[in-house]
Design a protein around this ligand. Sequence first.
Ligand code: C5P
Length: 230
Amino acid sequence: MSELVVALDYKNADDALAMARMVSGTAPWVKVGLELFCAEGPQIVSRLKDLDFKVFVDLKFFDIPNTVKGAVRSATRAGADMLSLHALGGERMAVAAREGRAEAAGGEKGPLLMAITILTSMSAEDLPFPVPGGLGESVLDLALATSQAGLDGVVCSGLEVESIKAKCGNDFLCLTPGIRPASVSDDQRRVVTPAQAVRSGSNFLVVGRPITGADDPEQAASAIIRDMKT
Ligand code: C5P
C-alpha cells in the first residue's frame, strides 16, 4: 500500500498548520523540511502530531557518525515517525543513526530511517562528477549499501523503485518525491505521476507544491489520492 506525504515547505508554523488542517482528512503523513524546522524547531513536530499526523522529519542528515547519532537521538525524542539521512554518508554513519534511534526509542521501534540516494531534482548533468554507468546505477548502488547497513529504505525517484525492490527485496521501503500530475513542470527532474509511482511499488509519495500551491489544496490532495488508486 502507498501512503501520501504532504511536504509542508513553509516559513512559519501558522502557515504550515493551516495547510495541515486543510489536508488532514486526506493525507496520513506530513513532512517537515529544513525551512520549517529551522524556523520553528522541534515543537512543530508535536504540534503536527497533535493533529493526528505521522510526521516525516526531512533534515537529510550528513555528518560524522557521532554527530548523526546525536541528531537522530534528538529527532527521535522530538517524536519523528520518519527521518532522512544521506546514503553517501556510508555504513558507519548509517549504523550510528540506528544506534541513536535505539537509544532514544527506549524499546520501541522508533522512526523509519530513510536514506537519500540522489535528489530527484538532479539529472546526470547536474552531478559534479561523472557517473559512467548512469545515474540509475548509482542510485541502485546507494540503495543496496543502505539495505546492507540495516536502514529501513531509501528516498529515490519513482523511476528507480522497481529496480531497487528487485535488488533489495520488497520489504525495503521506497519513498518518492518528484511526484507530478502530468501537466506540471518545475525544478524537479526525475518525475512520475502518482499512478506511476504507485504502480512501481513506491511505499510513500511525497507531494509538495502540486498540493500546497493549488487554489484548493484539499481538492488537489483528493485528486492525487484518486490518481493513486487508478
Ligand atoms: O514541492 P515538491 O513536490 O517538489 O516537494 C518535494 C519535497 O520533497 C520537498 O520538500 C523536497 O525538499 C523533498 N525532497 C525531494 N527530493 C529528495 C528528498 C526530499 O524533493 N530526494
